[in-house]
Design a protein around this ligand. Structure first.
Ligand code: FAD
Ligand code: MLT
Ligand code: ZN
Length: 476
C-alpha cells in the first residue's frame, strides 16, 4: 500500500460484499472482473510507484451502465476509482485502498465526425492514437499529442487536462473540448455534449470536469475540435551550448517561423545519456549540453522549407546553435521525435523516478534543474531536465537506485518552494492525483482551494469518486 506520507487513513466507505458482486455481474455480464491476476494491473500505476488493493474491476460499455454502477455505488457508499489508460504520472489513476476500479477501456466507439467543422465526438475510452489514425484518414489530426498516445484515452486526457507536445500550437483542452457527457457520483447523466464553437448560455459546466482527475464525475463522451492535417511537416533537432542560447533560439524561432511553428521542446545532455544507455538510441547530432526539437506544420511545403531554411541559417550564423539535423520524411520525423518522447521511458530504466512537472516563467525553467543538482549533490543518481519550453513547462526528474525517503525529503518541499518563489505552478499538466495534492497551497490560495472543496461536496456529497486524490487532506 501507499506510504502514510501520501495516503490518509482509509475513509469509512463500505466494503464490497457478495450481493454487490451479484449486482455488478448482472449489470455487466462477463465484465465485472474479480480474478486477482486480471485486477492486478489496474491496481498499479504506470511508474510502478503506487499500488492499491482493489478486488473489483468493472468494464462498462455504455453511459447507461456507468450510470447504473454509480447510482448503485452511491447508494451503498462504495468508493470508485475511474480509470482510463492508466498512464497518469501522479498516482491518481489507481486505487489507494479497495476502491472499485471503473475502467472506460471498452467504451471505445467513435460516435460522429463532421468533416466540415472538424468536430469529433467519441466515447471516453478511445485510445488517443486510434483517434489520431482515424482522423488522419479523414485529413484531420487530434489537437493534442503525447508520448503515452498508444495507451492513454481521451477521457483520461480530458480528466487530467493533458498538455503534451502540440499545446503551443492548438491550445489546451479547455479550448478544444466543445462538449462532455459526464456521469455524476449519484448516477445522474449530465449531458453537456455540445458540438458548438460558441455557447454562452450561462456557466460553462464542462470546464469543471476538464482537469478534475475523476473526482467530480466520470467522463463518458467527449466532443473535440480537430485541426486539418497539415500538408507539410518538418522536424528539426538542434544542439545548443547554453540554456540562454536555447531561449534566444526560441525567440528567433517565434519571430521567423511564426504561424507554422507547432512545437518547441527541449532535453538536456543527461536525458541524452539515459536515451543512449537504456534505450540504445543514438544521438542524431554531435554531443551538446542542450537539445531542441522544433516542429513546423503548414500548408505549403515550399513556403515552410524556405522559412525553416532562413531560420536555421540565422540560428547557425549567429552561433545560437552548434549542430542540427532536419527531417521532412515520416520515418526520420518519428526518429527525431522519439528522442524527446522516450525520455520518460528511459528514466524508468534508470531507477526509481521522482517526477516534477513545473510551470515557471520560461527564462527560469532550467535554473531549477541546476539548483536541484547542486542541492542534491551525489545523493541522486541522475537529475534531468526536459519539457515544453514553448509552454514554460519543465519536467524535472530525479532518479535513485530504489525508493529513498531521505532523498525525497531533500527534494520536497525544496522544489515546491522554488516554484512558489517565482509564482510557478507545482503541477503544469500532470495534475495532483495522490502524490501532489497536499502541495496545492504552493500554487493556489486557501479561498480558491476551499471553493474546490465546496464544488466537490456539491457534486459528490459522499466523496465516493476517486477519494484521496486532488483535494488536500485538510479539506476532509
Ligand atoms: P489514467 O492514467 O487512467 O487516469 C488519469 C486520471 O484521470 C485519474 O485521476 C483517473 O481517475 C482520471 N480519469 C481517467 N479517465 C477518466 C474518465 N473517463 N472520467 C473521469 N476521470 C477519469 N501528460 C501530459 O499532460 N503531457 C504529456 O506530454 C504526457 N506525456 C506522457 C508520456 C508518457 C510516456 C506517460 C507514461 C505519461 C504521459 N503523460 C503526459 C501523463 C498521462 O499520459 C496523461 O495524464 C494522460 O492524459 C492520462 O490518460 P489516461 O487515459 O492514461 O488516464
Ligand atoms: C513529457 O512531456 O514527456 C511527459 O509529460 C511525461 C513526463 O513528464 O515524463
Ligand atoms: Zn510533458
Amino acid at each position: 500500500a501507499s506510504s502514510p506520507a501520501t495516503a490518509p487513513r482509509r475513509l469509512p466507505f463500505s466494503r464490497v460484499a457478495v450481493e454487490d458482486l451479484t449486482f455488478f455481474r448482472k449489470t455487466l455480464p462477463g465484465r465485472a472482473i474479480t480474478d486477482p491476476d486480471l485486477v492486478q494491473s489496474s491496481n498499479e500505476d504506470w511508474l510502478k510507484s503506487v499500488r492499491g488493493s482493489s478486488e473489483v474491476l468493472l468494464r462498462p460499455q455504455t453511459t447507461q451502465e456507468v450510470s447504473q454502477i454509480l447510482s448503485y455505488c452511491h447508494s451503498r457508499n462504495l468508493a470508485v476509482n475511474p480509470q482510463g489508460g492508466n498512464t497518469g504520472l501522479v498516482g491518481g489513476s489507481v486505487p489507494v485502498y479497495d476502491e472499485i476500479v471503473l475502467s472506460t477501456s471498452l467504451m471505445n466507439s467513435i460516435l460522429s465526425f463532421d468533416k466540415i467543422s472538424g468536430i469529433l465526438t467519441c466515447q471516453a475510452g478511445c485510445v488517443l492514437e486510434n483517434l489520431s489514425l482515424y482522423l488522419e484518414e479523414r485529413d484531420h489530426i487530434m489537437p493534442l499529442d503525447l508520448g503515452a498516445k498508444g495507451s492513454c484515452q481521451i477521457g483520461g486526457n480530458v480528466a487530467t487536462n493533458a498538455g503534451g507536445l502540440r499545446l503551443l500550437r492548438y491550445g489546451s483542452l479547455h479550448g478544444t473540448v466543445l462538449g462532455l457527457e459526464v456521469v455524476l457520483a449519484d448516477g445522474q447523466v449530465l449531458d453537456c455534449l455540445s458540438t458548438l464553437r460558441k455557447d454562452n448560455t450561462g456557466y460553462d459546466l464542462k470546464q469543471l470536469f476538464i482537469g478534475s482527475e475523476g473526482t467530480l464525475g466520470v467522463i463518458t463522451a467527449v466532443s473535440i475540435l480537430c485541426p486539418r492535417k497539415p500538408k507539410s511537416v518538418n522536424v528539426v533537432f538542434l544542439g545548443c551550448e547554453t540554456f540562454d542560447q536555447l531561449l534566444k533560439t526560441f525567440q528567433l524561432c517565434k519571430g521567423m517561423l511564426g504561424e507554422i511553428l507547432s512545437a518547441f521542446e527541449f532535453l538536456d545532455s543527461e536525458c541524452m545519456r539515459l536515451l543512449n544507455t537504456h534505450l540504445k538510441l543514438a544521438n542524431p547530432i554531435s554531443d551538446c549540453p542542450f537539445y531542441i526539437v522544433i516542429e513546423t506544420s503548414g500548408s505549403d511545403s515550399d513556403h515552410d522549407s524556405q522559412k525553416l531554411h532562413n531560420f536555421l541559417e540565422e540560428a547557425m550564423t549567429s552561433l545560437l546553435v552548434t549542430d542540427g539535423t532536419v527531417a521532412t520524411e515520416e520515418s526520420k520525423i518519428k526518429t527525431l521525435w522519439s528522442m524527446r518522447e522516450r525520455v520518460t521511458e528511459a528514466l524508468t530504466h534508470d531507477g526509481f523516478t521522482y517526477k516534477y512537472d513545473i510551470s515557471l516563467p520560461v527564462e527560469r525553467i532550467y535554473q531549477l534543474v541546476t539548483d536541484m543538482r547542486q542541492h542534491l549533490g551525489k545523493r541522486a543518481r541522475s537529475v534531468v531536465g526536459y519539457g515544453h519550453v514553448g509552454d514554460g513547462n519543465l519536467h524535472l526528474n530525479v532518479t535513485s537506485s530504489a525508493k529513498d525517503p531521505a532523498l525525497l525529503a531533500s527534494i520536497e518541499p525544496f522544489v515546491y518552494e522554488w516554484a512558489a518563489k517565482f509564482q510557478g505552478s507545482i503541477s503544469a499538466e500532470h495534475g495532483l492525483g495522490l502524490k501532489k495534492r497536499n502541495y496545492i497551497y504552493y500554487s493556489k490560495s486557501r479561498p480558491a482551494v476551499a471553493i474546490m472543496g465546496k464544488m466537490k461536496t456539491l457534486l459528490d456529497p459522499k466523496g465516493i469518486l476517486n477519494p484521496y486524490k486532488t483535494l488536500p487532506d485538510d479539506l476532509k
